[in-house]
Design a protein. Sequence first.
Length: 94
Amino acid sequence: MDLETHVTTVLSAIIPIFIVSIILYSIRLFKGPTIPDMVIAVDAISYDLAVFLAVLAIVFKSPILIPCAIILMLWAYALDIYVAKYLEAKEYGD
């Protein structure tokens, strides 16, 4: 077997793990007891989805999915900054 077959086999085995983790994060998102728990779940889903897009780009040999994953990660980072500033302002009473 060549290297491409090995990589495709491993990535095909990883895809169900990503799907299960996204489902578990979604459960945490809807059942989260506090707002920070829900924000962490959204972050985990977005980063997990971005890595999943990168894996799909390798499997399908489609480089157009890589910029989509990068943009998704940047949006998740912007969400982190926005929520952190909001919670910090709320803590100081501003």
